[in-house]
Design a protein around this ligand. Structure first.
Ligand SMILES: [Ca+2]
Ligand SMILES: [Ca+2]
Ligand SMILES: [Ca+2]
Length: 376
């Protein structure tokens, strides 16, 4: 009897419309069968008068609206590394309109997935359900509306917190900077500009990479002002297992014994071994195991192990005290089985009793994302 443990888990708007509708009339009174009429509708947008709104600056941050997870210019965010636990970010913008702030109808934020990168299995299943297969791959996540902050909240946020504590966070539109926006006689003070913010969730399994974020400010005539930038979802390679022990059971000499995992996520140590990706990169599992006290003969180990991730992967064998990378990458949000085997060539005679215990260390290494044209 032997067991191994010690898991290191690192882990648009009111506007005047010119509308014309034509349709084929029919009499519902005389009809004996249901009649359908082809109806075409059309309209012409009234572009009205006035000037376009201006997005003077924009930024993304943690929910406090001014910090982020790296000192690098712009916003960088760590994922949670926790199964089904979202990362919530704030998206803010400073907006003005030459026709007055009252001409601003709505401010929107559009966040786009990184281009060329496939999303996780969970997203693929969801997109299958709602008929929008192909989510990810540079497409729009969802458009969100921003809410206007009060004058004092907005000024303090941008001209104090952001400016003094995270100065390189915002992206400025041409011709604007802190001095212009935060001037004592500036537009935030005069309330001819205002700060708008919203929050957005990034899934634990949204792929690491650069997310384009576009602010669209729209006035009452549908005139637009836009400003875009990118934030980075920092890569985190993380996994979790539903086991913290592997019991090889009764093992015979020179008899290769396989302990199979399964595809069911079990309560800890209540089922067969499974592993899942809880980070935002793809990963390869790695394994290290000691000799469980079985020792060496003529300089050669008396025991050798094998491991694999998924029943369609080939086993990788490994000697004690050597870290080996296993085949078959775990995709974003993927769960798979872990199978282990042991082959003992000699039971050392000096070992007291028939019980052997040892330690295994599991770790993971990052590998590249799947591209949008590659099936997961
Ligand atoms: Ca306007
Ligand atoms: Ca930063
Ligand atoms: Ca399991």
């Amino acid at each position: 009897m032997a067991k191994g443990k010690n898991m290191k888990i690192k882990k648009i708007s009111a506007m005047a419309l010119i509308l014309s509708i034509s349709f084929t009339a029919f009499s519902p009174v005389l009809a004996t069968a249901e009649t359908t009429g082809a109806v075409s509708t059309s309209l012409t947008r009234d572009e009205g008068s006035g000037e376009n709104p201006i997005v003077k600056a924009k930024w993304e941050a943690n929910v406090d609206k001014y910090t982020d997870d790296s000192t690098a210019a712009g916003a960088q965010f760590n994922p949670t590394g926790v199964y089904q636990s979202n990362k919530t970010i704030a998206i803010c913008a400073i907006v003005t309109d030459p026709d007055g702030l009252s001409d601003i109808n709505k401010v929107y934020a559009d966040v786009y997935y990184p281009t060329g990168i496939a999303v996780g299995e969970h997203h693929v299943k969801l997109s299958d359900q709602d008929g929008s297969a192909g989510a990810g791959c540079g497409l729009l996540m969802q458009e969100d509306s921003l809410s206007r902050l009060s004058k004092s909240d907005g000024y303090t946020l941008f001209c104090n917190n952001v400016r003094n504590q995270n100065n390189n966070l915002p992206t400025f539109n041409t011709g604007y900077d802190y001095d212009e926006i935060c001037a004592a006689d500036g537009e935030l003070m005069k309330e001819t500009a205002a700060v708008y913010c919203t929050e957005k969730d990034l899934s634990y399994e949204d792929p690491s990479g650069d997310y384009r974020t576009l602010i669209l400010a729209q006035d009452n005539y549908g005139k637009d002002g836009v400003l875009d930038n990118y934030f980075e979802y920092l890569p985190m390679t993380a996994f979790e297992t539903d086991f913290s022990a592997v019991n090889y059971g009764t093992v015979k000499l020179n008899t290769h014994k396989i302990i199979n995992g399964d595809l069911t996520w079990d309560a800890m140590n209540q089922g067969k071994a499974s592993v899942r990706n809880v980070g935002n990169t793809r990963l390869y599992m790695k394994v290290w195991q000691d000799d469980m006290g079985l020792g060496k003969t003529d300089g050669n180990w008396n025991v050798r192990y094998d491991g694999r991730v998924g029943s369609d992967a080939s086993f990788v064998n490994y000697n004690p005290e050597v870290t080996r990378q296993l085949n078959n990458a775990l995709d974003l949000s993927e769960m798979n089985e872990m199978d282990f085997s042991i082959d003992i060539f000699k039971f050392p005679p000096e070992h007291g009793g028939n019980s052997y215990t040892g330690n295994m260390t599991l770790s993971a290494t990052k590998t590249g994302h799947l591209t949008c044209n590659t099936a997961p």
